[in-house]
Design a protein around this ligand. Structure first.
Ligand code: PNS
Length: 176
């Protein structure tokens, strides 16, 4: 994009298409993810929720199932699109004209690794990372903990969307 140096600053004189990505494993999507997705969609023109595929990570749901669940629970958000990608997140960003990665930060403990990834991603392709503080209601919430609690019979109905909860209970029952 053309940029005009003005003094010390670089000023964009063409409006950018503000397309951002919320990447993750989403195995499965939780209310914490949904909070970030909804708020992120409010500050960009288009938000891609990208299910990143990590072949070394064992997941409870297939990529197709994770995408389906995400599509169901974001169907009320017209500017949100769900996609998948095998490989580096920055390559997805370059291939799809994505200007920024938006990540939720639950607590300071998330920050070290997220900062490292943000810096790595920036030096690879100059893609920006924007951090959004998680709603404190969800700061303890992760897909892994939801799966663990549900596996041992704990109630997680208030932590994930209803359709996800139904699938989660069904999957864990099948596996038991
Ligand atoms: O939901 P998760 O598992 O915490 O998401 C992590 C994810 C998928 C966003 C991260 O592992 C990622 O970006 N993976 C894609 C591969 C990649 O680009 N790795 C280099 C990161 S600097």
């Amino acid at each position: 994009m053309p940029r005009q140096p003005v003094g010390e600053r670089l000023v964009c004189y063409l409006p950018a298409m503000r397309r951002a990505v919320c990447p993750g494993s989403y195995d499965p999507v939780t209310n914490g993810h949904l909070d970030i997705i909804g708020r992120a969609a409010g500050v960009v023109d288009e938000l891609v929720v990208a299910v990143l595929v990590n072949k070394n990570k064992k997941t409870l749901f297939s990529v197709e199932e994770r995408v389906e669940m995400l599509r169901e629970v974001t169907s009320d958000l017209p500017t949100v699109r769900v996609d998948t990608w095998h490989g580096l997140l920055v390559d997805y960003c370059v291939a799809n004209g994505v200007k920024a990665i938006i990540k939720g930060l639950r607590a300071v403990s998330d920050f070290d690794y997220e900062l490292q990834m943000a810096q790595m991603n920036y030096q690879l392709t100059a893609v920006e990372t924007l951090f959004m503080p998680t709603n404190p209601l969800h700061s303890f919430l992760s897909s892994s903990l939801v799966k663990e609690v549900a596996t041992y019979g704990g109630d997680v109905a208030h932590l994930v969307p209803e359709s996800v909860h139904t699938r989660l209970v069904r999957r864990l029952t099948e596996r038991a």
